[in-house]
Write a protein that binds this ligand. Structure first.
Ligand code: RET
Length: 263
């Protein structure tokens, strides 16, 4: 829970609109993933269910963040005033604790990694993700630059490790992918880096601007990052899963060792 800085009406409204938009996008994405899961072969289908769970969990949290935002401020005659209620930034971090491991799981499923490799990736990345988020949180709460920088740097260590593992896993699985998805799987690496890279940048906004602009700007930046990293990424995973489904000889087989026809 944090004391909130003063905001201009524009800052308040912009963040308010983005929180609301993000909730709406996640709602739409949830419906899409649920309805489109049956187009996907059973062996990749759980990746689509995971996408649905991710946007449902994140949508719920955005609803709570939106409510918290609106109870921390009120608009009186066009002037934004803080109500004295704190803003609960923990919803965001609780959300990441759940959704980041699920995003990793979704990826290893759609890549069709052998069971053992899948396990080894998850065993390394799930604790690293938790560490990254837990180390970032104290830095998010403080307005002071030095502790913010220290926690941010500590959190960046597991972050770099995660990206490194994902990059090398994606890289080494490219040749096992059907021709039709190879280019997309290659691009997935850069998309992952580009979307996940927004989070540390958003975290650093308070280093470059005043408290009000930073506070509202961070909400907007995290909202955009969440839309791309969860809904946008889920759509891409869906596309890969669909193409891979089309390249299977027997898409109905529920066995990840069944031979895939390499197109
Ligand atoms: C759906 C939510 C996702 C993909 C969240 C990802 C969050 C991060 C990659 C956060 C990283 C951070 C750092 C690397 C340093 C500063 C603190 C964090 C937690 C913002």
């Amino acid at each position: 829970m944090i004391e909130v800085p003063d905001l201009t009406a524009l800052q308040f409204t912009l963040a308010d609109d983005f929180l609301s938009l993000t909730f709406a996008v996640f709602l739409g994405a949830f419906i899409f993933f649920v309805l489109s899961a049956r187009e996907i072969a059973p062996r990749y289908r759980s990746a689509i269910w995971i996408s649905a769970v991710i946007v449902a969990v994140a949508g719920y949290h955005y609803f709570r963040i939106f409510e918290s935002w609106n109870s921390a401020y009120e608009l009186v005659d066009g002037v934004v005033q803080s109500t004295g209620q704190p803003f609960n930034e923990a919803y965001r971090y609780m959300d990441w604790l759940v959704t980041v491991p699920l995003l990793v799981a979704e990826l290893v499923i759609v890549l069709g990694l052998p069971r053992e490799r899948r396990r080894s990736v998850l065993v390394r990345l799930v604790p690293a993700a938790a560490l990254m988020i837990l180390l970032g949180y104290p830095g998010e709460l403080t307005a002071e630059i030095l502790p913010k920088a220290i926690w941010g740097t500590l959190s960046t260590i597991p972050f770099v490790y995660i990206l490194w593992v994902l990059f090398s896993e994606l890289g080494s699985s490219i040749n096992d992918q059907p021709e039709s998805v190879r280019a997309t799987v290659k691009n997935l690496r850069w998309i992952l880096l580009a979307t996940w890279g927004v989070y540390p940048l958003a975290y650093m906004i308070p280093f470059i601007t005043d408290a009000g602009a930073a506070f509202a700007g961070k909400q907007v930046a995290y909202a955009i990052a969440d839309i791309t990293a969860k809904a946008g990424y889920g759509l891409l995973i869906h596309k890969v899963a669909k193409w891979k489904t089309e390249s299977l000889t027997d898409p109905t087989a529920d066995d990840d060792r069944a031979p895939a026809r390499v197109a």
